[in-house]
Design a protein around this ligand. Structure first.
Ligand code: RIB
Ligand code: CA
Length: 313
């Protein structure tokens, strides 16, 4: 089978890092054309350093990493060092990456790649705020019909918000970009908090990563030991939600997930509910469905996939 061509747009972040590792661990199934970085969990200059650290950890320094937008389209940047630490990858010992960041701006790389690859053969896997994608669609509206699918981590409905009572972080940081994406007519698969909060980094699962016995397993366990403390303190759960790897796992084993094709719109003006993803789960409006909203996951199968694949790096 020909590997699926993907661009990973990301704001590493420990959970982004695990998603990137999972993708790089599956060259038989996924062809990572590039990793485009965006400001989000931490500022841009940190996200592209972190992305390169992860590529070097995976022994894939050939991966092309691009720096993108350093701020949302029309708002001030909101970051999440309180969750991810000052580096964005707190937990394990880090280093200064040797591999280069590409000269080309991430937005131009996204546009050029979508224009040069055959139409509808490239999937965008977004793990952070949608700023790069929104900027690319604004600069080159013609790319919308050339995107195979956008599989994103973002949004929430029944689970409500994690950065405000109404909004999930990735959407909240850049609601204008999210609105552009959701109104562009592109096939969208959403991994909202409703599903990611069912994929907790239980102590036994973190130990399973450590038991892999390679650098990637140790590094992953160290990252997640740090990453989980925020959600454990907030929700009192055993472990934190492993958000972003759900995007990559969907490409590898879609049967792990279930949801509903519904209408999702973005609140872009209300100060009270800015960034809310208004999901018409019960189809009470006549607004056209525009996103596959995932709500359930086989979490044991998800972690089996992760552990098995990370062991190959
Ligand atoms: O709300 C969770 C999302 O925000 C994840 O992508 C996490 O990495 C942060 O970017
Ligand atoms: Ca992220």
């Amino acid at each position: 089978m020909t590997p699926r061509k993907i661009i990973i747009d990301t704001d590493p972040g420990q959970d982004d890092a695990v998603a990137i590792l999972l993708a790089l661990a599956c060259p038989d199934a996924l062809d990572v054309l590039g990793v485009t970085c965006v400001a989000g969990n931490v500022p841009l200059e940190r996200t592209h350093i972190n992305a390169r650290i992860i590529c070097e950890l995976a022994q894939r320094p050939d991966t092309r990493v691009f720096a993108g937008q350093d701020a949302p389209l029309s708002r001030d940047l909101v970051t999440a060092e309180n969750v991810h630490g000052q580096s964005g990858l707190d937990g394990p010992e880090l280093w200064t990456p040797q591999m280069p960041v590409q000269e080309q701006h991430a937005v131009d790389f996204i546009i050029d790649t979508l224009r040069s690859e055959p139409a509808r053969t490239v999937t965008l896997c977004t793990l952070g705020p949608l700023t790069n994608i929104g900027a690319a669609l604004r600069k080159a509206p013609d790319i919308a019909e050339r995107i195979q699918e956008i599989v994103m981590m973002g949004g929430a409905y029944f689970e409500v918000g994690n950065i405000t009572p109404a909004a999930e972080f990735n959407i909240y940081v850049d609601p204008q970009a999210a609105e552009i994406v959701f109104k562009a007519g592109i096939p969208i698969v959403m991994m909202p908090l409703d599903v990611t909060h069912k994929a907790l980094t239980l102590k036994t699962r973190r130990q399973a990563f450590r038991d892999i016995g390679n650098n990637v397993g140790q590094f992953t366990a160290d990252m997640l030991d740090f990453f989980e403390r925020f959600d454990v303190e907030k929700y009192g759960a055993d472990g934190g939600p492993l958000h972003d790897p759900c995007v990559i796992a969907y490409l590898l084993k879609p049967e792990l997930f279930s949801g509903r094709f519904i209408n999702v719109e973005i609140e872009t003006t209300s100060a009270l509910t800015l960034g809310m993803t208004v999901a018409d789960w019960w189809r009470v409006t006549d607004r056209p469905a525009n996103a596959m909203f995932m709500r359930d996951i086989d979490d044991a199968g998800f972690y089996d996939l992760l552990t098995t694949r990370l062991a190959t790096l």
